[in-house]
Design a protein. Structure first.
Length: 430
C-alpha cells in the first residue's frame, strides 16, 4: 500500500472537502483507498469514510501509542488528512502533529495552501515550511482563480523545490458549515455527496494526479490483532446524536462481543445486551428527539438499575444525567447537563484512577482527549484525576453508579485496552 499526507499551514484551509474529493477522484480511477485522519477528530473522519466507502481511521500517538498498528487494512492507497496546522502538536510543540506522524510513518506530504490577502509573501512562508519539514514534496493552491494560481506557481517554482500540483477554484459548493464542535456532520448535510463529486471533478480537471501519485510512498499494513470472543453481547448507540467512535474501538468490541447497533432516537428500547457503549456526539443538538423517546429513556434507566454494564464518554455521559438544558434524559446519574458559550475543556489529558471502579484499579493510568462546551453537575464521587498533557491544569471527573461508568474523556481502546479488559473482568465476576 502506498500513502501520502494531505496537510495545511492552519485549520480552515479546506482540507477535509479537498481530501474527500481527492479520495473520490482516485476511486473513480479504480484505486481502493484507506482513509485516515491525524489527531482525535471524529467529524472529519466521517467525511473521509463516506467518500472512501470505508470507515476512516484516526492516527494519534498520544491516544493509541504505536500508530503503525492502527493501519491494519491493505488497500491500494492510504490517504491521511492532517489535523489543524501541519506542525501543530500537543501544547506548543510538534509532538503528535501531522508532521510528527508523517515522519513516524515515513510518508511525504502535499501541502494545501489557501492564500489570503497576499502575493509574493506566500513564497517565503511556503519555503520556510518546506525547509523545516524536509518531507513536503507537493503543493495545491486552494480557493484561488486560475490567473492568481499561475502567478504564484511561477514565483514558487523559481524559489522552492516543490511540485506544484494544481489549484482549486473558490466556490460555495466546496464550503462545509461548522457548529460548536467543528464541521456539521456529513450525515446531516443533504447534498454532501454532490459537494464531494463536484470537488472530485475539479481535482481531475485542475490537479496533476499522475505527479501526485508519484509522491506516494510505501506504508506497511499490520495484521489485525486477534481477540477471543467473550460470549457477551454488546449494544452500541449509533445515530445522528451518537456517532463519535474511533474505528479501533468498534473493531475491538466487534472482536470481543456480539455487537448490535441501535438508535436512542428511533428505536423503542435498548436491545438485549450484557454491555452498553454510549459514545460521544451531539445529544445537545438532538435533545428534543432524545427526550421524546420515553420508552428508550426508561429502558436504559432500568438496565442500569438492574446492574447492566455501561461505559459512556462525553455525550454519553450527558445522556445519562437527568436532563440536558431542561430536556429529560435517562436519569441514570443524579445530576444535570447544560451547554455554555465557551469551551470548558479542550485537548489531550493524562488520567489516573483515584479508587477501584468498573474501568480499573486505584493508580491505573490512561490517556484521553476532551472537547466540549457542556458542563455536567453530578451528585457522585469523582473517580478520576485528569491532568492536562504538558500543562498544569488538574481537574476531576469520572462517575459510577451500580455498573455504569461515565466520563467526559474520550479514549482509544488501542492505547488503553486495559479499560475494556477491566470492564470484561467485572462482567465475568473476576
Amino acid at each position: 500500500m502506498k500513502g501520502i499526507v494531505i496537510s495545511a499551514p492552519n485549520s480552515g484551509s479546506g482540507k477535509t472537502i479537498l481530501t474527500s474529493g481527492l479520495i473520490k477522484a482516485l476511486m473513480d480511477l479504480n484505486y481502493t483507498v484507506f482513509p485516515c485522519k491525524t489527531g482525535p477528530d471524529y467529524i472529519d473522519t466521517a467525511f473521509l469514510g463516506r467518500a472512501a466507502k470505508y470507515m476512516a481511521q484516526n492516527l494519534d500517538m498520544h491516544l493509541q501509542g504505536d500508530i503503525k498498528h492502527a493501519i491494519d487494512v491493505e488497500k491500494d492507497l492510504c490517504i491521511v488528512e492532517g489535523a489543524m496546522g501541519y506542525f501543530d502538536g500537543i501544547y506548543n510543540t510538534f509532538e503528535n502533529s501531522s508532521f510528527n506522524i508523517a515522519k513516524n510513518l515515513n510518508l511525504d506530504t502535499v501541502l494545501i495552501y489557501t492564500p489570503k490577502g497576499e502575493m509574493f509573501s506566500a513564497i517565503p512562508k511556503i519555503k520556510g515550511m518546506v525547509d523545516f519539514a524536509g518531507n513536503i514534496k507537493g503543493i495545491i493552491f486552494n480557493r484561488i482563480s486560475k490567473h492568481y494560481y499561475e502567478l504564484l506557481k511561477s514565483a514558487l517554482e523559481q524559489h522552492v523545490d516543490i511540485k506544484v500540483l494544481g489549484f482549486i477554484e473558490e466556490k460555495d459548493d466546496y464550503i462545509l458549515q461548522s457548529r460548536h464542535l467543528g464541521l456539521i456532520q456529513s450525515s446531516e448535510i443533504e447534498d454532501i455527496d454532490k459537494k464531494v463529486n463536484t470537488m472530485a471533478e475539479n481535482i481531475k480537471k485542475n490537479i496533476d494526479i499522475e505527479t501526485m501519485l508519484s509522491l506516494f510512498k510505501d506504508v506497511e499494513a499490520f495484521k489485525k490483532a486477534k481477540y477471543d470472543k467473550t460470549g457477551f453481547r454488546a449494544a452500541i448507540a449509533m445515530d445522528k446524536a451518537f456517532s463519535f467512535y474511533y474505528r479501533e474501538n468498534l473493531e475491538i468490541l466487534n472482536s470481543l462481543f456480539d455487537v448490535t447497533y441501535f438508535s436512542p432516537i428511533e428505536d423503542d428500547k435498548l436491545p438485549e445486551c450484557d454491555f452498553l457503549y454510549l459514545g460521544g456526539g451531539y445529544p445537545e443538538v438532538f435533545k428534543k428527539e432524545l427526550s421524546r423517546n420515553k420508552t428508550m429513556l426508561n429502558s436504559i434507566r432500568q438496565y442500569s438499575q438492574n446492574g447492566g454494564y455501561i461505559f459512556a464518554e462525553c455525550g454519553g455521559l450527558m445522556y445519562l444525567t437527568k436532563e440536558i438544558d431542561g430536556f429529560e434524559m435517562t436519569g441514570v446519574f443524579d445530576g444535570i447537563s447544560y451547554m455554555t458559550d465557551r469551551l470548558q475543556n479542550f485537548g489531550y489529558v493524562d488520567v489516573e484512577i483515584k479508587n477501584d471502579c468498573l474501568i480499573g484499579k486505584k493508580g491505573d493510568k490512561f490517556t484521553g482527549h476532551e472537547f466540549h462546551k457542556s458542563l455536567s453537575q453530578i451528585n457522585c464521587v469523582n473517580l478520576l484525576t485528569v491532568k492536562k498533557t504538558m500543562g498544569n491544569r488538574i481537574t476531576e471527573c469520572g462517575y459510577q453508579v451500580n455498573n455504569t461508568f461515565a466520563m467526559y474523556q474520550h479514549v482509544s481502546f488501542l492505547g488503553s485496552f486495559n479499560i475494556i479488559e477491566n470492564i470484561i473482568s467485572n462482567m465475568k465476576g473476576e
